[in-house]
Design a binder for this molecule. Structure first.
Ligand code: ADP
Ligand code: MG
Length: 263
């Protein structure tokens, strides 16, 4: 047990050192994909969607994940979010400076881990129709038992996304762009360090999408949060710190991808 822990620590250190030995100022690791594999078998045929992904992401980064429809972007986000389980490999997310291996957690522990550490924005907003706008936003805090601060924090975030006066409305009275701004407030209300966004502008017209994207970037960047965004809109990539492409089960960094795909 002790030997295993030491081995893990030694490997953790080695991974950090291998990448950039001379740069001590690199921000702490937040997410590590370790041999992350997802495959589906249907009618005896196995399709590998994610093929042994190894990659690290750091606190404060805006990572843009590009890839064609069906390339596995949502699959990867769901594995990081912990609502899907890998076929092999693991996702490791740091909490309080300690690496937490998602496959080592029970389903219940993963739910609690997710609630503490992650906020998510979906393409189709996923607001709860029977709750008001404010109730949708405060729900993550209430799930953490932080009811007392919920109303005030929720209202403050609704003000930040420009919807302070719509707190009592139901989601179906709001436009798509407004619903997505509510979803952004909901993703941030419990102050998670990691924000996942799965094609957050994919269901919005271009102008509305630009507004939503700018808001998401402002609210996550200002707070030093890590934003991991899947999109099929390559123009978003210009704003990102790192751009990765999912291509036939592999993660390819932007530079390598451009080299293999240009001309
Ligand atoms: P993207 O988000 O990039 O459009 P997805 O991650 O949704 O891609 O899907 C990747 C691939 O995995 C697709 O080919 C999809 O059909 C397949 N897939 C997703 N979920 C399942 C499932 N439950 N069973 C079988 N195949 C699935
Ligand atoms: Mg998807």
């Amino acid at each position: 047990m002790i030997a295993a822990t030491q081995a893990t620590e030694a490997r953790d250190t080695a991974i950090g050192a291998n990448h950039q030995p001379e740069t001590p100022a690199r921000p702490p690791m937040l997410i590590r994909l370790e041999g992350l594999t997802k495959a589906y078998t249907e009618a005896g045929v196995t399709r590998t969607i994610l093929n042994a992904l190894d990659r690290e992401f750091y606190t404060g980064e805006f990572v843009c994940l590009l890839g064609k429809s069906g390339s596995g972007k949502s699959t990867l986000l769901n594995l990081i979010f912990g609502i899907d389980a890998p076929t092999a490999g693991d996702v490791i997310i740091a909490e309080g400076g300690q690496p937490v291996r998602l496959t080592a957690l029970s389903e219940h522990e993963r739910t609690l881990f997710r609630r503490r550490n992650i906020g998510i924005v979906f393409q189709f907003f996923n607001l709860i129709p029977t709750l008001t706008v404010l109730e949708n936003v405060t729900q993550p805090l209430e799930l953490l038992g932080r009811n007392r601060e919920a109303r005030q924090r929720g209202q403050a975030l609704l003000d930040r996304v420009g919807l302070g006066n719509r707190h009592g409305a139901y989601p179906d009275k709001l436009s798509g762009g407004e619903q997505q701004r509510v979803a952004i407030a909901r993703a941030l209300v419990h102050d998670p360090r990691l924000i996942l966004a799965d094609e957050p502008t994919g269901n919005l017209d271009e102008d509305t999408g630009d507004t939503v994207l700018a808001l998401l970037l402002e609210l996550t960047r200002d707070a030093g949060k890590t934003l991991f965004m899947a999109t099929h809109a390559p123009e978003v990539a210009r704003l990102a710190d790192r751009v990765l492409h999912l291509d036939h089960g592999h993660l390819v960094s932007d530079q390598a991808w451009q080299e293999t795909h240009s001309g």
